[in-house]
Every structure is written in structure tokens, then in C-alpha cells.
Write a protein that binds this ligand. Structure first.
Ligand SMILES: C[S@@+](CC[C@H](N)C(=O)[O-])C[C@H]1O[C@@H](n2cnc3c(N)ncnc32)[C@H](O)[C@@H]1O
Length: 361
């Protein structure tokens, strides 16, 4: 049958849907979190293959709108990847390559619809060379974005790739790990992507009664409540300044009133009145910025006992700690209370903490 003619029954032949053009995106994360990042990426790439690039990056083809990537929580930053078989970065300025480069920069700058980027910077070996200055000037002229080598919000990385070059352009103004909800810092605050990984590993459900023990500035509690509602949510910490910070951060996330905060010792009774809890999340002091190594065996023992006291049958306890040997001894001593489910090493700025997932016996 000729194109455009009707079939014998008079119906038009089905139209082929236009092929969606995929964008290559590289997702960076803290080494150790690849499995949990891959799990989260399924929500944006479905069954499409995700390939490992380095110990801190995977790549995938994304066909949906780029702004959906801004909601990822275990990823440090997504980068659009443009590959060009050119001998040097300045060759990207030629008439065939340059429109692709400009489009990539524009798409990345507009990905966060709440905060469009208006400036850029280049991160590459030799970025102060005449060649990179020429690239920057041309991009600035074509995109009308300001080239600010120090503070530019859209980050462009250049790297050799095979016979050519890759340009990686970060989506959004800042890394995703720099949460917009963080109004108040805290000396021992957890990395938010690690907190988000802990939350995913706890398998959140809206029926959960959640307790964050030694919650500090509330990083894990905020990430938990952003991931899913809860029946009950409680945060407890000894330090009044930590609880004040948690209050502000909950407000920053639009979660005021969704959690009760207690300035108290976890050994106290009052904070546990909302239990028993189905999910318990904790980041005890690592003994460097806060707390001391000498007291940490006692504190980890208290944490496992106290969490067990207030936990519902089958509850999940997820602990982030840097005290690996202490935790191993405490888990052995608490083997009748908690069954180890998984143990995940994470690399974070010279620290190698682990995430322990435990189930109440
Ligand atoms: C590593 S910090 C938690 C940081 C937190 N994850 C955040 O992102 O801000 C450990 C916290 O444990 C608290 N803490 C130590 N011993 C405690 C205890 N016995 N009861 C309650 N909180 C305690 C400290 O005040 C500190 O805020």
C-alpha cells in the first residue's frame, strides 16, 4: 500500500511514533554507593542500561525531561556528556560542533526550573590557556551567560576521550548534594547523599513510625521525610544547638510540624513515647569532630540496646558509623537483638564510614 493511502478497511496505517533522542548523562556519587544509586536511577532511566564509568560515576541514556534528574537524592551531580571526535577543545568552535556545544550548555543551565543558571566556569587542565579563553568567550557570546572562572554556576569539564574530547556540563546551579533545604549547618552534619542512601536502604513506607537517634541537624530525618510520609517521626539529640539546626532544616524542607524533636539523651524515656518505631536511623559521633573515640564503645552499645527497646518487631535499624571495629564488637554482643542485613562501605572526604542495615530479632 502506498504511503498515505487508506487500508482496505479505511483506517490509516498506524503512525510510527517519533524516535526519542536520548541524552548521554553521567551521574557522579560517593564511591561505595553505586548499587543504591543504580537502584534510584531506575526511576529515571527504567530498564535502559547503566554503565560504570569510574568508582564514582555511572552513565546512562536519558530520554525524559532533564529537570526530572534534579530530584535525584543519592547522586552528587548529573552531567550532560557531549562527545566530539576533534583533536583539541578549540575545534569545538567549528560550525558543525559549536551548535551542539551551545545547546548542551543551554540545556544544562535550564535544567533546574527553579534556579536557571546565568554564568559558567571551566574546569580543565590548562583552563587559563588562550585556547580555553577562546572557547569561553564564544560560549559566553552564544549563550549570553557570563564567564566567571571562579563562581560560575554551570560547570563545564573537558576530558580526552578516545581520539576526541568529552565535554561534561553539570545540570543545575550547584551539585545536588548541596541541599536547598539546609538552612543551618552543623559541625558533624552527614553528607546528604549518604543520608538519602540510608533512607533508601531502610525501604521507606508511609506507614513507618520513624525515629532518628542522635539526629544532629536533622539530615537523615529530613531526607527520610522527603522520601515518603510517615505515621510518626521523632528526632532526638543531646545538643540543643543540634536540635535548633534540625528545626530550621525541617522548615527549609517544608516539613515543619511533620516531626517532633527532643533535646534529650537517647537513654531517656520521654522521646520514645511515640513508639514503637518501625524504622530507626542513626549517625552516632565518629569521635573526630564530635564525641570521643574512648566513649564510643559505650555509646554504640547504648544505641543498639536503646534502639531495640523502642523498636517494633521486625523493625529496621540503619546506622552510619566510622567506628568499624567498635561496631563489629557491639554487633557481636548484640547478636540476640539485631540481625545484620547488609554493610556498605562509603568513601567521603578521607573518611570511610559504613552503613549498617539491621533487622530487629
Ligand atoms: C555525628 S553527629 C550527627 C549528625 C547528624 N547526622 C547531622 O547530619 O547533623 C552525632 C550526634 O550525636 C549526638 N549525641 C551523642 N551522644 C548522644 C546521646 N547519648 N543521646 C543523644 N544524642 C547524642 C551529638 O550531640 C551529635 O549531634
Amino acid at each position: 500500500m502506498a504511503r498515505g493511502t487508506r487500508s482496505a478497511r479505511g483506517a490509516r496505517p498506524p503512525r510510527k511514533a517519533p524516535e526519542k533522542v536520548g541524552r548521554r548523562v553521567e551521574f557522579t556519587f560517593l564511591p561505595g554507593l553505586e548499587a543504591v544509586v543504580r537502584d534510584e536511577l531506575r526511576s529515571v532511566v527504567g530498564d535502559k542500561p547503566v554503565t560504570s564509568v569510574r568508582e564514582d560515576a555511572v552513565a546512562a541514556t536519558v530520554t525524559g525531561p532533564l529537570h526530572t534528574l534534579m530530584a535525584l537524592r543519592t547522586v552528587v551531580a548529573p552531567f550532560l556528556v557531549l562527545h566530539a571526535d576533534v583533536p583539541r577543545p578549540t575545534s569545538l568552535l567549528d560550525g558543525r560542533q559549536f551548535p551542539r556545544l551551545v545547546e548542551t550548555v543551554r540545556d544544562a543551565a535550564n535544567a533546574d526550573r527553579r534556579a536557571v543558571s546565568r554564568s559558567f566556569r571551566i574546569d580543565a587542565a590548562g583552563r587559563d590557556s588562550a585556547g580555553f579563553r577562546q572557547v569561553a568567550d564564544q560560549i559566553a557570546a552564544a549563550t549570553r551567560m557570563r564567564h566567571d572562572p571562579q563562581e560560575g554556576t554551570t560547570l563545564l569539564r573537558f576530558r580526552r576521550s578516545g581520539e576526541g574530547w568529552d565535554v561534561l556540563v553539570r545540570l543545575g546551579n550547584r551539585p545536588l548534594s548541596a541541599r536547598t533545604w539546609r538552612r543551618s549547618g552543623y559541625v558533624a552534619a552527614a553528607n546528604a547523599t549518604v543520608a538519602a542512601a540510608m533512607v533508601r536502604l531502610s525501604r521507606p513506607s508511609p506507614d513507618d513510625r520513624v525515629a532518628a537517634l542522635m539526629c544532629g541537624s536533622g539530615t537523615i530525618l529530613v531526607e527520610r521525610l522527603l522520601a515518603a510520609p510517615s505515621r510518626v517521626a521523632v528526632g532526638v539529640d543531646l545538643a540543643a544547638d543540634a536540635i535548633a539546626a534540625a528545626q530550621e532544616n525541617l522548615a527549609g524542607a517544608g516539613l515543619t510540624g511533620r516531626a517532633r524533636l527532643f533535646t534529650a539523651d537517647i537513654a531517656d524515656q520521654e522521646w520514645a513515647a511515640g513508639g514503637p518505631f518501625d524504622v530507626l536511623l542513626s549517625d552516632p559521633p565518629w569521635g573526630d569532630k564530635i564525641g570521643d573515640h574512648a566513649g564510643n564503645e559505650e555509646l554504640h552499645t547504648l544505641l543498639l540496646r536503646r534502639a531495640h527497646d523502642v523498636a517494633a518487631p521486625g523493625a529496621r535499624l540503619v546506622v552510619l558509623t566510622h567506628e568499624i571495629k567498635i561496631m563489629a564488637r557491639c554487633l557481636t554482643a548484640a547478636k540476640d537483638l539485631w540481625r545484620p542485613v547488609s554493610e556498605q562501605k562509603v568513601f567521603n572526604k578521607g573518611h570511610h564510614p559504613r552503613i549498617y542495615v539491621l533487622r530487629r530479632r
